[in-house]
Every structure is written in C-alpha cells, then in structure tokens.
Design a protein around this ligand. Sequence first.
Ligand code: AMP
Ligand code: MG
Length: 354
Amino acid sequence: MKMFFKKTGTMQALAVLLLIGGTCLFCGCSRQTQRIQMVDTAMGTIVSQTLYIEGRTIREQQDIVQEILFCIHDLEQQRLSWRLSGSEIYEINANAGEENGIGLSPKLSEHLNACLRVSEASQGAFDITIGDVVRLWDIDTWAGKEETKGFVIPSESEINAALEKTGYQKISLQDNRIILPKPLQLDMGAVGKGIALDEIKQILEEYEEITGAVVSVGGSILTYGTKSDGSLWNVGIVNPSETSENIGVLKLEGGWCVSTSGDYERFVEKDGVRYHHILNPETGYPAESGVRSVTIVTQNGLLSDALSTACFILGEEEGLALAEEFEAEALFVLEDGRISMTEGMQQFFELTVE
Ligand code: AMP
Ligand code: MG
C-alpha cells in the first residue's frame, strides 16, 4: 500500500525527502494551517507523515513530527521486537518454558489478547507463534536484494520441525501474565505497523492544533481529521503486477486505519518461483490462496494489520467472511485479475481508469 498523490510538487518533494531522510518540509496551506511532511525510516520500513497544524511555530511542529517518530522507535525497542534484547517480546521468547511465565505491560497484554482472538476466528491462519518458521525462511534478509544465490529453500523436514514449535493454543495469557511453552517463539511482524498507527493516533489526539494528518508506517496507513480544503484523504491500492502503479484509490474521511498485505511487499524469487513473507501455518510455506493482496479498512490499527495477514492466507471466500465477522472492510486483488470486496468497501473504492 502506498499513498496516492496527485501529480503535484508534493511527489517530487517526497522523493527528495526520501533521499535525504528525516527532513521536514513545510508548505503554507493558509495563514493559519501549515502542512508539514516528513519521510523517515522506523521499524525497518518507511514512515511518512503529512500533518496539518494550526498556529504552532516551525520548531514546535518539528517536535510533534519527532515525537511520532520516537513513539514508533520506542514501540519496537521496548515492546515488539524479537531481535532487540530489552523488548518485552524478546524477554517473553527468552523466558519460554518458564513455569510461571512472565509479567506483561497492560498494553502488550491487550495486543496479545487481540491477536489470539484473530487466531481463533481465522482458525489458526493468523498465528503469532509462527516465529520459528519465519526465521527459517528468513525472507526479510533476502527480500529486495539483487544477489539471492545464498537463499536456501528450507527442506520439508526443517519446515516440519519448525511447525512443531508453533501453536497459538499453547499460549496461556491471564492477568497481564503470559506462559509461553518452550520452544514456541512469538513474532509480532504481522501487527507491529498497525499497533504503531493506534499509538500515533493517541499522540495526534493530544494536540488540538492538529486538524488533519495521514501517516503511513510501511503497508499501514492512518487517516486523521480533515484536510484544510475539506477533501477526502486518498489512499492508493498498489497494482501487485506493476507496483509503481495503483489499481485504485480509497477515498476516506479521518479516523481509518488501512493495512495491506501483498505478495509483492517482501519476497525472494528462485528458479522462477516467488517465495513471499506471508506464511501458511498449516503448510509452513508461503501462502498460496489465489490472492495477490488484501487491503483492510477498520478503525483499529492492530485489527487492520492482523486481518490483512489473516485474510491473505485464508483467500477470498473465507477472508471476506472473517473481515465481516470483525466488521472490517476488505478488498482482495486476486491472481486471476479480479478485484473482490465487502459491500461496505465499495463506498470508499474508486478504480483507476487507464
Ligand atoms: P504483513 O505484511 O502485515 O502481512 O505481515 C507479515 C509478517 O507477519 C511476516 O513478515 C512475518 O513476520 C509475520 N507472519 C507471516 N506469516 C504469518 C502468519 N500466518 N501469522 C502471523 N504472522 C505471520
Ligand atoms: Mg498484517
């Protein structure tokens, strides 16, 4: 998923900002409202912020942008990363097998409960205990690299051994305490960016001078408030077969979280086969469900992110049913070229006409 920009100077400005990273751009929209834009990286992905702010000095505006960026770094470092020692997930994984488990922050406890609800509703298609299988494939290391000779497709026996170490049903979660049996390992890769949106929304709400914003963290995008010209926010749906193009656009008011999971986002190609990063916990292989991408629209970031991953694995029919169960809107771009969506999504979606 990426933002859809009309062909104005904005796109060029963003391209420049992408190169220099972490730089802010200020554009006067009116005397009262400033539009500030920033592109940087956090959580291993691109973070782009466009904020409409009234009556603050440039310094104060920059501080807000930095606060948002810091909150994403903090979320990764303190709570969600399985790589960084000191994060809660790292500690849970390190303490797998502890009879009495370990204590959790109320926030992480809430995230894990929500994840388990999606696991149950998707009958295990979504499973945060997939950590060992994710590490076995190691797609993130190879995705986007020109030289992939060193990429090795795991053997059947390695996959089966890694699958033995999964199973969300084996987690015990109660009163802000988790018991993770050995050798299970948690991976929050499917929900981290969505959780970031929920945290960012809370920051935006603290500043009544922020009248509108659109913030994207990788494949997840938050719309907030209104634009100064009153028009709707545009969120592009990438064409999986031609990722520099959009197949359509979602026209949204503020208050929505949009997450996309696609086989074009992170993948390695070997001998003409594409191995992507969304794994089917039943087979241990990248999901093959006839889907190229799924976009979910809800008011909760964690849910939009979890459901986009789950629906990708389930495929069109079961995925649409799952989205409806959570009162979320879903749009599927399918391998056969069709676009399929929930009824409620139709009010947002406009097809790009070539
Ligand atoms: P997303 O791009 O939001 O669909 O998330 C994909 C990421 O979630 C992967 O890079 C893995 O870290 C993790 N993941 C892969 N397959 C699953 C799954 N079946 N359930 C939960 N997380 C998964
Ligand atoms: Mg996801």
